[in-house]
Design a protein around this ligand. Structure first.
Ligand code: FEO
Ligand code: CA
Ligand code: CA
Length: 684
C-alpha cells in the first residue's frame, strides 16, 4: 500500500454537501471533467477539429502537394544545416546542481497504486510539502489570500491560478538559492467565485481573471529541504494579461500584427493560456501560449472571407466569448480589434533574472496552439527548438536557429543568445510508417514488432523567405497551421510536450489522445497514431539529425490499461507496469529516465499522476507511478532533481457538478476550504 501523507478526512459537512450535490467522481465520468474542457480550451473537443485538410497520414502523402511546393527551395534550406550526431550533445535541460541524491538508476521507490484520493499520494518513505498555492503573496504589500475578499490588485501580486509548467533555475553557485518560474494557464471562474453568473460576470471578476493568468517568478531558498519561497526576493515578479511584451522575429511589425492600440505591430499586452515550456541554456524560460482562441468574441461578425478562414483554422468562431471579456476591454472583440488574436499563440521568452525585462514573443517559432518549446544544442552550438501544436490532428514542429550559441552566462553571451530564436528555419514534420498496410486502427502491433518508420522535416519559412506557395513569410509565421496544411504535414493525436533527451539527443513527444481519430470524415489511424477513437494517447521517440531534415521514429508507449491488447509498454512485461493514460508533460532525471505527467486519467478511472520510465536496457518501458495528484487535478510541470521533485497540481476539484459553492476537493487547505492549485515538493 502506498503511504498517503498529507491526507486528512473531509469534514462531515463537506461529505454531506457533496453527497447532496451528487457530484460525480472523475472515475465515473471516464473523461476529463467537462468544466475543465470548457474553461481551458473552450470545449474544443466537442467541436469539429479545425483542421479541414485531407493531409494524410503517411506514405501516400499527397504527391500533388509535394509537386506544388518547390523542391528547389527545400533543397536550398537543407544547406543551412550542420552535422550533429547523437553522442556528445548538450541540451537546454541541463542537469541541476549535484545534491544528495537517488542511488542507482534513480528509481528506488515502490510505485503508488492508482487511486481517487483527494490528496497527493507519494511512495512509502517520501515526504511532501506545499511550496506555493494560488493566492499566496509573492510581492510586498499584499494581504494573505482570502477566498471571499479577492481583488485584482491583490491577485496581481499573488501567485496566479492553475499553475502548469514549472522550472527551477540556479541563482548562486552553491545551489542554495534558485528561481522558480510557473505558468498560470487559465481560470475556471465557477471555482474562483461563489455564485458566479456565467452570463453576467462582473468587471471585478474579469479583472481578477486577467491578473490570475500569465506567469510567476519567485525566489527559492534551497538551503534546507523542502524548498522555501522567498517572499521578498528581488526577482519575484508577476506577468499578467496586462504586462507589456515585445514582438520580435520575422513577423514583428507585420500589418497582420497591428491593432488600434499598436500601429507598429511590435508591442502587445500580456500572455495567456500558458501551458508547458522549457529552459534555455542561457537562462531564460520559454512558455507556450496554447488555447487562446476562445477568449475572443464575434468571429461570426467578421465578413472578410480570408480573415474568416484564418480565424476558423485556429478555432475562433461564434459570438460572445466564454468569459465575456469583450464587455470590459475592446481588444477581445474581433469587430474592433480583428488582429488581436494574431498577437497570441506564440512562444514567449522570459528572463527571470531581470524582473524589469520586457518579455518577448518569438514569431520565428510560428503561431500555433503552442504546448511549449524545448531546446537541443548540437556539438557545434546550433540551437534547435522542438514544439507541439496541441489540438486533434495538428502537427509537430521544429525551429533551427541560424546563429550559433555562445557558451557561458556572461552579459555578452546572454545578449547574443537572446537573439538566437529570431532567425532560422521553421519546419513541420511528416512521418511515414514502415508497416503502413498493417495498420487497421485497432492498435495491433505490426509484424515487425514496432510502430515505427522514417520522417521528414518540411521547411515552411526561413526569415523573410517563404517555402509555401501562395503565402508570404509573414503569413507563414502568423498562420502557421495553414502553411503546414499546405506542406502536407502528418496529422497527429494532439502533440503536447516535445522534449530532447539531455544525454542521447533523442526527442520524446507526448501525443495525449484523439477521440476523433478514424471517425467519419476524419483521418484514419496510421502507424504513429495507430488507434482509432484514441482515448489514451502514445509517446513518440525520434532519432533526429537535429539541424537536418530526416529522422527515424518509433512509439515508446501506446498508453492505456495494460490488459488492453492495443497497449504497448516499450516491449516490457505489461503485467509489471503502472497503467498510464493521456501523457502530457515530459522531462528527464539525471539518470536519463523519462518522466511523464498525465492529464485525464479519468479515462482509466483514477487520478492523474507522475510516472517514471527507463529508456534503455531490459527496463525500457517499465512505467512506474511515482505520485498521484488530488481528485479532479491534472499533474503537470514536473521538475526532477536529485534533492526534490516539484509537481504542479493544476485544477484540483474540477469535477463536473462542483463549483465554489460545492467544492469536490478541499486540497490543500482542508476543512471546508476551496481547492487551490499549487506547487508541491516531494523528497525522500
Ligand atoms: Fe494545456 Fe496541451 O495542455
Ligand atoms: Ca513497423
Ligand atoms: Ca499540457
Amino acid at each position: 500500500m502506498p503511504c498517503r501523507l498529507f491526507r486528512t478526512r473531509p469534514s462531515e459537512a463537506a461529505v454531506s454537501r457533496r453527497r447532496d450535490a451528487r457530484i460525480p467522481l472523475p472515475l465515473l465520468t471516464g473523461r476529463r471533467a467537462s468544466v475543465t474542457c470548457r474553461y481551458r480550451c473552450g470545449d474544443q473537443c466537442s467541436h469539429q477539429p479545425p483542421n479541414p485538410t485531407t493531409n494524410a497520414y503517411f506514405g501516400d502523402i499527397v504527391q500533388q502537394v509535394i509537386d506544388r511546393r518547390s523542391l528547389l527551395k527545400a533543397g536550398a534550406v537543407v544547406t543551412v544545416t550542420g552535422a550533429a550526431t547523437a553522442g556528445g550533445l548538450t541540451s537546454a535541460a541541463a542537469a541541476p546542481p549535484a545534491r544528495p541524491g537517488r542511488p542507482g538508476n534513480g528509481l528506488d521507490f515502490t510505485p503508488v497504486e492508482p487511486n481517487t484520493e483527494d490528496a497527493v499520494v507519494v511512495p512509502e518513505g517520501y515526504q511532501q510539502k506545499i511550496v506555493l498555492r494560488w493566492g499566496d503573496p509573492i510581492l510586498p504589500d499584499v494581504p494573505e489570500f482570502d477566498f471571499d475578499a479577492q481583488t485584482p490588485e491583490a491577485q496581481e501580486r499573488q501567485f496566479g491560478y492553475n499553475n502548469d509548467f514549472c522550472a527551477v533555475l540556479p541563482l548562486d553557485n552553491r545551489g542554495d538559492r534558485a528561481l522558480m518560474v510557473n505558468n498560470h494557464e487559465y481560470t475556471t471562474e465557477e471555482f474562483l467565485f461563489r455564485g458566479y453568473d456565467e452570463d453576467n460576470p462582473t468587471e471585478q471578476q474579469v479583472r481578477i481573471a486577467w491578473a490570475a493568468h500569465g506567469m510567476s517568478v519567485v525566489g527559492l531558498d534551497l538551503g534546507d529541504n523542502p524548498p522555501r519561497v522567498v517572499r521578498d526576493d528581488e526577482h519575484n515578479r508577476r506577468i499578467t494579461l496586462h504586462t507589456e511584451f515585445e514582438l520580435r522575429g520575422p513577423a514583428a511589425g507585420s500589418d497582420l500584427l497591428t491593432t488600434p492600440a499598436d500601429s507598429e505591430g511590435r508591442r502587445s499586452l500580456g500572455t495567456m493560456n500558458n501551458c508547458a515550456g522549457g529552459v534555455t541554456p542561457w537562462g531564460t524560460v520559454l512558455s507556450g501560449e496554447e488555447n487562446f482562441h476562445f477568449y475572443f468574441a464575434n468571429a461570426d461578425q467578421v465578413s472578410d472571407p480570408t480573415t474568416r478562414e484564418r480565424l476558423a483554422r485556429y478555432g475562433l468562431e461564434g459570438g460572445a466569448s466564454e468569459r465575456k471579456w469583450e464587455r470590459f476591454e475592446a481588444r477581445w472583440d474581433l469587430t474592433r480589434h480583428v488582429n488581436e488574436p494574431n498577437r497570441f499563440g506564440w512562444i514567449v521568452e522570459v528572463d527571470p533574472y531581470d524582473p524589469q525585462s520586457t518579455p518577448v514573443k518569438r514569431t520565428a517559432l510560428g503561431r500555433l496552439k503552442h504546448e511549449g518549446a524545448n531546446l537541443h544544442v548540437t556539438r557545434d552550438k546550433r540551437v534547435v527548438a522542438y514544439m507541439g501544436d496541441d489540438e486533434r490532428f495538428e502537427y509537430l514542429y521544429k525551429f533551427v536557429a541560424d546563429k550559433r550559441m555562445k557558451p557561458g552566462r556572461s552579459a555578452h553571451a546572454r545578449r547574443h543568445n537572446r537573439t538566437l530564436l529570431d532567425e532560422g528555419t521553421l519546419y513541420v514534420a511528416r512521418l511515414t510508417g514502415d508497416s503502413a498496410d498493417e495498420i487497421d486502427g485497432s492498435g495491433s502491433l505490426p509484424s515487425d514488432g514496432e510502430f515505427d518508420g522514417v520522417g521528414e522535416w518540411i521547411p515552411l519559412a526561413h526569415n523573410d523567405e517563404s517555402f509555401v506557395d501562395g503565402m508570404s513569410a509573414e503569413e507563414v509565421y502568423v498562420f502557421t497551421r495553414l502553411a503546414a496544411d499546405n506542406a502536407g504535414a502528418t496529422k497527429m493525436d494532439r502533440p503536447e510536450d516535445v522534449e530532447p533527451h539531455p544525454h542521447t539527443g533523442r526527442v520524446y513527444a507526448a501525443l495525449t489522445n484523439n477521440g476523433d481519430r478514424g471517425t467519419e470524415g476524419e483521418a484514419p489511424a496510421d502507424e504513429a497514431n495507430p488507434r482509432n477513437a484514441n482515448k489514451h494517447g502514445q509517446v513518440l521517440e525520434l532519432d533526429d539529425d537535429h539541424t537536418g531534415t530526416r529522422f527515424t521514429w518509433r512509439l515508446l508507449l501506446v498508453c492505456g490499461d495494460p490488459e488492453d491488447p492495443s497497449t504497448y509498454y516499450g516491449g516490457f512485461d505489461k503485467s509489471q507496469v503502472s497503467p498510464i493514460t493521456c501523457p502530457d508533460n515530459v522531462t528527464f532525471d539525471r539518470h536519463g529516465n523519462l518522466w511523464i505527467s498525465t492529464d485525464s486519467s479519468a479515462a482509466l478511472g483514477f487520478n492523474d499522476g507522475l510516472y517514471a520510465v527507463p529508456l534503455e536496457g531490459d527496463e525500457r518501458g517499465h512505467v512506474q507511478q511515482f505520485l498521484s495528484v488530488p481528485r479532479g487535478a491534472e499533474a503537470c510541470g514536473p521538475v526532477l532533481r536529485d534533492d526534490f521533485t516539484l509537481v504542479s497540481a493544476q485544477h484540483p476539484g474540477e469535477v463536473d457538478g462542483a463549483d465554489a459553492d460545492n467544492p469536490a476537493s478541499n486540497w490543500p487547505d482542508r476543512g471546508d476550504s476551496r481547492p487551490r492549485p499549487s506547487v508541491v515538493a516531494v523528497w525522500k
